[in-house]
Design a protein around this ligand. Structure first.
Ligand SMILES: Cc1ncc(C[n+]2csc(CCOP(=O)(O)OP(=O)(O)O)c2C)c(N)n1
Ligand SMILES: [Mg+2]
Length: 625
């Protein structure tokens, strides 16, 4: 007997399939896709566009203003849902498609699921070259969508309508895999999107993708327990995996039972919500003094759910104990083996729970516990000092603005940030009081993520206050999603910290002897009378208002407090608070380093000095083999 079929275009079948996908973890089931973002062009309007119109009651379509931004929105939405839900993104062919490249790379690097559906050139090739087609001398089987290959965890081109019958389940497998997830790209030739086929009806049955909680190898787990028991100065490094796995309670129980202090990566901040006596805050290049001093002398580092990026390891200088060992709990083998760690491959929650049971009775010594207490107390004083005083400056410091926000926000409110000097300052100063309250995109640190990401966070958690912290440089790079927030009545508050240019890179430039070249605000030199510097003043408040946001300027902590209170009353759209902050009042580093190579030869004296300091610092870099 022939099984039932449904005659649909490939695009209609694809959209109908998406509406039937669900995820489940710990018995909680939900739809995988919260909607489809899209910008239409000739490469998708008649295919996916038509299908979305036909299926509009089953799945919601959202218009974005820029294809890169909509991938950031999807990634932020997925991150907020601990990777159990996401959004799909549809584009035309050519520039619409390649505009998603940056977003795709960001999602894959951060291990966040997004489904990308770029249109593609005709599979039938008859009208080639179609508008926006890349031509090659060597092959007709080349399109700009090939650029997605290295930045996608799954990549496929659908050249015949029946191919989706096998491609879609495979794509969903990768999208919902805790270890393999990232950008999933299905390139959809525009002729094939519109082609009809008799699809098996079973393809459209509801399908539940159960997210497993994989357990680690038992022998490795016992070895790990022995390492913990033998350690005198153990330290936990908590990464984003703790939060995605919802392992925060298990981590707290482990830390409390053993007395092992916890420091956090950017993605892991909030893994042990503050205040907690064992919470050391951020670790690494942008870490706290407490975390970095304990990391320096730790004899055992228990890494849970981290990629160990250079910011976390202070470019492999953070851990200096001669015989330091690592245990790495991670769903991905790639991460579990870094730093020659004892790999515990699997789910953070179940592994931390099992490890806790295996080390029962172990506790760090009182000397170490005292040291943890002393260092955390001193660090809290330092944060209070930085957040309170501007040191008599005319403008607010960024630290004061952060401190003011910290006091004004509820513990469950979310801050969203990605690039510039803010991530480093927040990593040090922010007290994340809830595992989902600190949303940093710092794997790709992509300028432009902030506002688009804030839209995704608010869509995922409409019950929470969402505060986007963005620098003037990042704002100028991608502010247009304010319009999308107005359109969708998404009430986010954008705190725009204007320090007149690229202050972070300016500081970096100064530290390598280049005096802020290319990052400075334009001014007239007193010495020469000439104009110097590249950054131009822009009325950012007027710009935000023109996009439809309600805008206020806040020049003092009191004005900022008042502006936040007012923004809370705007229930139906984005607010922007423009805060002028002092460009030069930076929060420094604390017992840490970041490897940025300095020119080995130069005619500039400052560069030569910086190179000497660089060579000296680099001697602390270690190989863990
Ligand atoms: C898309 C992108 N381009 C370039 C960079 C490099 N970069 C990092 S921070 C920064 C300047 C950011 O300026 P702003 O948003 O004003 O923040 P500030 O440094 O002033 O705090 C640049 C250019 C980046 N991270 N992302
Ligand atoms: Mg700036």
């Amino acid at each position: 007997m022939r099984s039932a079929t449904v005659r649909l275009t490939m695009a209609q079948a694809l959209v109908r399939f998406l509406t039937a996908q669900r995820t489940s973890r710990d018995g909680r089931e939900q739809p995988l896709f919260g909607g489809v973002f899209g910008i239409f062009g000739h490469g998708n309007v008649a295919g996916i566009g038509q299908a979305l119109q036909e299926e509009r009651r089953a799945i919601r379509y959202y218009l974005a203003r820029n294809e890169q931004a909509m991938v950031h929105t999807a990634a932020a939405y997925a991150k907020m849902h601990n990777r159990l839900r996401t959004l799909a993104c549809t584009t035309s062919i050519g520039p619409g498609a390649t505009n998603m490249i940056t977003g795709a790379a960001g999602a894959t690097i951060n291990r966040i699921p997004v489904l990308l559906l770029p249109g593609d050139i005709f599979a039938g090739r008859r009208p080639a070259p179609v508008l926006q087609q890349l031509e090659s001398r060597e092959s007709q089987d080349v399109s700009v969508n090939d650029c997605f290959k290295p930045i996608s965890r799954y990549w496929d081109r659908i050249n015949r309508p029946e191919q989706i019958v096998t491609a879609l389940p495979d794509a969903m497998r990768v999208l919902t895999s805790p270890s393999d997830t990232g950008a999933v790209t299905l390139a959809l030739p525009q002729d094939v999107q519109a082609e009809a086929y008799d699809y098996p009806a079973a393809l459209f049955e509801p399908r539940v993708w159960t997210i497993p909680r994989a357990r680690a190898d038992r022998d490795r787990l016992r070895e790990a327990a022995a390492l913990v028991r033998a350690s005198r100065r153990p330290l936990i490094v908590a990464g984003g995996g703790v939060i995605y796995s919802e392992a925060t309670a298990a981590l707290r129980a482990f830390a409390e039972a053993t007395g092992i202090p916890v420091c956090e990566t950017q993605a892991g901040k909030g893994a042990l919500p503050e205040p907690h006596p064992l919470a050391l805050g951020g670790v690494g290049a942008t870490g706290t003094r407490a975390a970095n001093l304990l990391a320096r002398d730790a004899d055992l580092v228990i890494v849970v759910g981290s990629r160990l990026s250079d910011f976390t390891t202070a470019s492999k200088t953070a851990f200096q104990h001669e015989r330091v060992r690592f245990i790495a709990v991670n769903v991905a083998e790639l991460d579990a083996h870094k730093h020659a760690a004892l790999p515990l491959v699997g789910d953070a929650r179940v592994i931390v729970e099992e490890l806790t049971a295996l080390v029962s009775g172990y506790h760090v010594g009182s000397d170490y516990a005292d040291l943890v207490r002393t260092l955390t107390a001193a660090w809290h004083d330092e944060v209070d000092r930085l957040c309170r005083s501007g040191g008599g400056r005319a403008r607010m410091t960024q630290a004061e603005a952060i401190g003011t926000l910290q006091e004004a926000l509820a513990p469950t409110d979310v801050i969203v940030c990605a690039a510039g000097s803010l991530p480093g300052d927040l990593h040090k100063l922010w007290r994340a009081r809830d595992p989902k309250a600190y949303h940093l995109e710092y794997g790709y640190s992509c300028m432009g993520y902030e506002i688009a990401g804030g839209v995704g966070v608010k869509m995922a958690a409409p019950e929470r206050g969402v505060y986007v912290l963005v620098g003037d440089g990042s704002y100028l790079m991608m502010a247009q999603e304010i319009v999308t927030a107005v359109q969708e009545r998404i009430a986010i508050t954008i705190v725009l910290l204007d320090n007149e240019g690229f202050a972070s890179i300016g500081g970096l430039s100064q530290s390598i002897g280049s005096d802020g070249f290319g990052t400075r605000y334009r001014y007239r030199s007193a010495a020469t009378g000439e104009l110097d510097g590249d950054q131009l003043p822009v009325d950012l408040a007027a710009n935000a208002a023109s996009l439809g946001a309600s805008v206020v300027r806040a020049g003092t902590a009191d004005a900022l407090r008042a502006a936040i209170a007012t923004a809370k009353t705007h229930g139906d759209g984005p607010s922007v608070i423009v805060v002028a902050v002092d460009r030069d009042a930076r929060v420094g580093g604390y017992d840490s380093w970041w490897d940025v190579p300095v020119a080995e030869v130069s005619t500039m004296g400052g560069v030569r000095e910086a190179r000497e300091a660089y060579d000296a610092a680099r001697r602390s870099e270690r190989d863990f083999l």
